[in-house]
Design a protein around this ligand. Sequence first.
Ligand SMILES: [Mg+2]
Length: 121
Amino acid sequence: MKSCLIVDDSKVIRKVARHILETLNFEVEEAGDGQEALTRCEARMPDVVLLDWNMPVMSGMEFLRLLRQRGHADQPKVVFCTTENDMAHIRAALEAGADEYVMKPFDRETLHVKLQLVGVA
Ligand SMILES: [Mg+2]
């Protein structure tokens, strides 16, 4: 069973994403901001991180930079979630080390395709 860490400051989005991921047979963990996500990754690296961008305490971008800088051998795939259909924004995320992106709100099929693209589903 693959594991996914959902990082989002919205409890509703975490709940929706958890439901979808569980139907796709993922073991799910949640974090409410980038700092909490880093702590979770250090305790146990997930196979994939579903990452929100705008969060209090630590943003998705800061989390991603720190995670990639630390250079763990077991780096997770990162799919970042955005509401902005803006190529500059998406490019910045990919340059910071994201593997894929998904537009919010996403449905099961869209998320499944993205997880297949990064090789975890
Ligand atoms: Mg947010």
